[in-house]
Design a protein around this ligand. Structure first.
Ligand code: TXA
Ligand code: MG
Length: 523
């Protein structure tokens, strides 16, 4: 964490407030500070804002200083009453009324030509002004008690994710601002939609919870700034703030894009590769995909059933990764409908537009699953599988064993367990399972313990392409005798032989893996 103490120039007052039972004293305290030109962070339904008197140029300068924000990046002026719009904006187009009726108070910022009342310090030198009427009741009260016009950028240090909880504001700005009002977690989690009303048709400069489709229902088609989703060199975004690499986590962030199955497979592979290189890995996953990842710190950003949950958690997750000092973060991508556009826009900016097609990674791996097939899945098969799991493998495999005849789930043969124990391994969690060939995909490698098993499976499952006997695949003609009914020593010899074979299998798999270098660019 950044140690703010050295830079601490004032004591920051922190006050908790209950949205449903607003303490007027806290509001008045905030209003007084704002009227005197001070800085107060307060909750809005999108993200926390860093409030200042919008009509006071000096207060705007303080805002830029506290955030460490370039002063050409204009602030949004927050109002609490629609009539107040006319004091700060001129040439307000007629569609504005309908938009305000539908979306104000709410997560919408509209840009108008500014009036004389608004100082250039607030608008970053522009002759337009961005205006928003937030819905959060605390925000509305704060604005009213400050005199009606409160400029508020997101209350984070410039370049960090926007704050969605008071704790985030304190982490970034403690000692640099007068007061933080803690109203709990925000509702939406990504900043307001910005709609430029000075052009016709109006143009979306930043996607948010109010979408193009929602505008269209009210005022007909709107345009969308082309730079919003893909960075195009040479084209400058129309909202000055959108050109900065905002929301940037400390770690390198890569977004993996494809269908969800491919995304999971790709992230599994690169997370495994990064883990092997001792990199601290983070994964942004969803409720539904969480169980598929075995390496790295995996965080649940929300459920795919409801993208609003993802918007709400995104910045918090990015902040948590910063604290945990992960070095590289892999993120799934999210649907582009509704608030999904805003989510992907913020995620892409955080990633510095580093997107990787999942298919590019998936095709680097020939086999993903390896199944050892023996007679009853109670000795040689499970031993082979466990030995392979303990090899240094360049790629991640799901390694299983199955039996030609395993009618009931049974534990492993006791002698098999004993000979594994003597090399500090165990099969105690193994239960035998019947081999089922039908649903095997082409990334599955089937290795049988005996020749006859291979032919039987081939005859019964035309779909299985990658099937070999274990010794064939290992390139070693030695037969692997069945120790069933024999002495412990026979089991011991069998294990030794399998150790040799499996080492050869691992070497072969690693030679198929295409070399270590191919992963470097994803680290
Ligand atoms: O949800 C929100 O909008 C939050 C809460 C606190 O209200 N505020 C917020 O402010 O996100 P900020 O300063 O972090 O982002 C404001 C964005 C910047 O990208 C800025 O460049 C753009 O709005 N902007 C402000 N005034 C503008 C103007 N006159 N013309 C074009 N873009 C403008
Ligand atoms: Mg911001």
């Amino acid at each position: 964490m950044v140690n703010n103490d050295i830079m601490k120039v004032m004591e920051t007052i922190i006050r908790k407030i209950d949205k449903n039972n607003i303490d007027k004293n806290v509001i008045q305290e905030a209003g007084n500070i704002l009227k005197k030109g001070g800085l107060v962070a307060f909750p809005t339904e999108t993200v926390y804002g860093l409030g200042a008197n919008a009509l006071d140029e000096k207060a705007a300068q303080k805002t830029y200083a506290a955030k460490g924000r370039p002063s050409d990046n204009p602030l949004i002026v927050h109002i609490a009453d629609y009539e107040d719009l006319r004091r700060i904006a001129v040439k307000i187009p007629p569609e504005t009324d309908a938009l305000a009726v539908h979306f104000w108070p709410g997560p919408l910022t509209m840009i108008f030509w500014k009036s004389e009342a608004v100082p250039c310090g607030t608008t970053g030198g522009l002759d337009t002004v961005a205006v928003r009427m937030p819905a959060d009741p605390v925000a509305l009260e704060v604005i009213r008690s400050a005199g009606g016009f409160v400029s508020a950028p997101s209350a984070n240090t410039s370049g960090r994710p926007s704050p969605t909880a008071a704790e985030h504001v304190v982490n970034d700005l403690d000692g640099k601002i007068d007061m933080v009002i803690d109203g709990g977690d925000v509702e939406i989690g990504v900043e307001s939609t910005i709609l430029d009303m000075t052009v016709s048709p109006p143009m979306i400069l930043r996607p948010g919870a109010v979408t193009a489709e929602m505008f269209e229902e009210v005022i007909g088609p709107v345009e969308i700034d082309r730079t919003i989703l893909k960075a195009e060199s040479g084209i400058r975004p129309k909202a000055p703030g959108m050109k900065y690499r905002h929301y940037a986590p400390k770690a390198r962030l890569l977004i993996v894009e494809g269908d969800i199955r491919e995304e999971i497979l790709a992230i599994r592979q690169i997370a495994y590769a990064a883990h092997r290189r001792k990199r601290k890995v983070g994964i942004i996953a969803t409720q539904e995909t969480l169980p598929f990842y075995n390496y790295g710190t995996v965080k649940n950003v929300g459920t795919r059933e409801n993208e609003k949950t993802i918007a709400r958690n995104l910045y918090r997750v990015l902040r948590e990764f910063d604290k945990e000092d992960v070095q590289v973060i892999y993120s799934e991508s999210f649907a582009m409908q509704g608030i999904g556009k805003a989510i992907m826009n913020r995620l892409e900016k955080a990633a510095g537009h580093q997107l990787i097609p999942a298919s590019e990674i998936v095709k680097l791996q020939k086999y993903r699953r390896i199944i050892f097939v023996s007679g009853t899945d109670s000795a040689r098969g499970p031993i082979a599988a466990e030995l392979l799991r303990n090899q240094e493998l360049e790629q991640e495999y799901v390694i299983d064993s199955r039996g030609m005849v395993a009618l009931f789930p049974e534990p492993v043969n006791q002698k098999a367990e004993a000979v594994m124990r003597s090399v500090k391994l165990t099969l105690e969690n193994h239960v035998s399972q019947q081999f089922e060939g039908e649903d095997l995909s082409e990334d599955t490698l089937v290795l049988t313990l005996e020749e006859a098993q291979k032919w039987k499976i081939k005859a019964e499952n035309e779909n299985i392409q990658n099937i070999y006997t274990l010794n064939e695949f290992a390139g070693d003609p030695t037969e692997i005798p069945n120790p069933y009914g024999k002495s412990l020593a026979a089991y011991g010899e069998c294990r030794e032989l399998l150790e040799k074979m499996i080492a050869a299998v691992a070497e072969k798999l690693n030679s198929l893996a295409g070399g270590e270098e191919q992963w470097e660019k994803y680290m």
